[in-house]
Structures are given as C-alpha cells and as structure tokens.
Design a protein around this ligand. Structure first.
Ligand SMILES: NC(=O)c1ccc[n+]([C@@H]2O[C@H](COP(=O)([O-])OP(=O)(O)OC[C@H]3O[C@@H](n4cnc5c(N)ncnc54)[C@H](OP(=O)(O)O)[C@@H]3O)[C@@H](O)[C@H]2O)c1
Length: 268
C-alpha cells in the first residue's frame, strides 16, 4: 500500500504531520513535506531520509495559493507522480468570541485550515486522478460539533468537512478520507493557537484533559484507515456517537462539551 508511493504532507514541521511523515517513511513512502518553519521541516526530512526514502522539503505558506502550487510542482519535478495528499496544516484559537479584538483571527483560521486545504487539493487533483490516489483531509471532531473558545476553528473545520464531502461526489478516481481527531497530545497546536488579540498564545496551557490521544496513536489509526479505504475516521471511535446524539438531544451534547472544557473560563 505505501512502499514506493509518493505522499505530500502539509504541516510536516511538527505534531501530527511530522509523525505521519516518519511513519510513512518507515513504510517506504517517498515524501514531499511542506510548512513555514524551514529548520524544523528539514529536521523531519532528515529523519525520514534516514529510513531510506527520498524526501523534498518545501518551505511555504498554505494560505498562499501559489505556494501550494509550488509544492505540487516540486513533488512532480522530483517524483513525477503523487499518490497521497495529506492536507494537515492547521492552526487553532483560544478566545471567547465576545472578547476577540482582532477579527483577523477568523480570516487566518479560514485561510489556513480551509483554503490551505482547498489550494493544495486543487493543484494536486490532476496527479491524484492519474494515480487513482487519495486525498486525506485532517479535520477535527470540531468539524461536526461546536466547542466554546473555538468559534473560528470550529467553523473552519465544518468548512473542510463540507468541501471534502462535495468533492468526493465529483471525483470517482480519487479516494477522499476525512480524519476527525479529538484533542491530540504532543503537538504545537495549543502553543500556536491564536488568542483574542490575534497573536499566538505561546503557552502550553490550557492543559490537555486525560482523554487526549498521542500523535503516534492517531497516526497509526490514519494509516490503517488509508489502507482500508475508509471515507471517515473519528478518533477515538466512541466520539462517533456525538453527532447522532446532537441530532436527538443537542442540549446534552452542549452540556457534555462544556463539562469537558470546565477549567477554561466558560459562561455558566
Ligand atoms: N492537536 C489537536 O488537539 C488536534 C485535534 C484535532 C485536529 N487537529 C488537526 O491536526 C492538524 C495538525 O495539527 P497539530 O496538532 O499537529 O499541530 P502543530 O504541531 O501545530 O502542527 C501544525 C502544522 O501546520 C503547519 N502550519 C500552520 N500554519 C501553516 C501555514 N500557514 N502554512 C503552512 N503550514 C502551516 C505548522 O507548520 P509551520 O508553523 O512551520 O508553518 C505545523 O507543521 C491540524 O489541522 C489540526 O487542526 C489537531
């Protein structure tokens, strides 16, 4: 499934993207990696190369369509094919909506989490069609339910889900897998999450609750879902019930989510 295939991974300088890159390298997949922090990206690339695969590391910003096109061009120049696009780059927020001072927060979240995926998918699609490949979109359980302090993030992940669902109906030759993880441990997402002033929080608090999943566990689940050609992967699986419960008892879901966030200064 993975040996001698070519995967593009956006957001490969840390967290889930870096873990996926290494896991695929260990399975013999050649890689084109993308992110803005070049030194960290090069570190991931070096680790992957030590597994014996070829790797191109492209520095760029997913919010810029031309950077996304350059990534795809670089992958084609090096490998002449693309089998998997893993659209993983993302950014979060931690702020109550009524306290946000810089509305640019919402623009950045949509530009990164939603448009970044759209730009990469658009540039890669002809090659994915040619290889009958796979587009893996890293969304979040927040693509299906709301979470307080995350209005803009939740909206951007809902947008990702809508886009991928519609795209799957347009393309027969390309398999689309949507990944919806719960909180992950071992990533930089919280540290870089945008605060109310529009800048990164640069703090590891608020702390993770005990249900957070390790990136490596998430990574293994994603590779397994790719192998099984699943359409959707919710991690952990028990959260699959939430959207159904939301249809029947939306107030119970609101209570459950607010209860999980109770350390985070929420309205009573
Ligand atoms: N952590 C969680 O609890 C959690 C839960 C559900 C879903 N997810 C999703 O998982 C994905 C990976 O996040 P993570 O948790 O692994 O966080 P992370 O460690 O912060 O990784 C985010 C990656 O995205 C890249 N990125 C951010 N903005 C970018 C931009 N404008 N252009 C190019 N690359 C950009 C970052 O690289 P640079 O900063 O170097 O550009 C980094 O490599 C995200 O889509 C996130 O929404 C995470």
């Amino acid at each position: 499934m993975f040996r001698n295939k070519v995967a593009i991974i956006t957001g490969a300088s840390s967290g889930l993207g870096a873990a996926l890159a290494l896991a695929l390298a260990k399975r013999g997949t050649h890689l084109a990696l993308f992110a803005r922090r070049k030194a960290m990206l090069d570190e991931t690339a070096a680790q992957c190369r030590s597994c014996g695969v070829r790797v191109v590391a492209v520095a760029g910003d997913v919010t810029q369509a031309e950077n996304c096109a350059q990534l795809i061009d670089a992958a084609i120049a090096e490998f002449d094919r693309i089998d998997f696009l893993i659209a993983n780059a993302g950014i979060s927020m931690w702020a109550r909506f009524d306290e946000v001072e810089d509305m640019g927060v919402f623009r950045t979240l949509m530009a990164t989490n939603y448009l970044g995926l759209v730009y990469c998918a658009h540039a890669a699609l002809p090659y994915l069609k040619a290889s009958k490949g796979m587009l893996v979109g890293i969304a979040s359980v927040q693509g299906k339910i709301g979470v307080p302090l995350h209005t803009g993030y939740t909206a951007s992940k809902h947008a990702v889900l809508g886009f991928l669902k519609a795209l799957q109906m347009e393309v027969n030759d390309v398999h689309v897998l949507t990944v919806l993880p719960h909180w992950l441990r071992g990533t930089d997402l919280r540290q870089h999450a945008l605060g109310k002033d529009g800048g990164p929080q640069r703090t590891s608090s608020p702390r993770h609750n005990k249900e957070a999943i390790s990136v490596n566990k998430c990574c293994e689940a994603i590779l397994n879902a790719m192998k099984k050609q699943k359409r959707e992967l919710v991690i952990p699986w028990k959260l699959r019930a939430l959207p159904w419960l939301q249809l029947i008892h939306p107030k119970i879901v609101e209570w459950l989510v607010k209860d999980k966030m109770k350390d985070q200064d929420l309205p009573k």
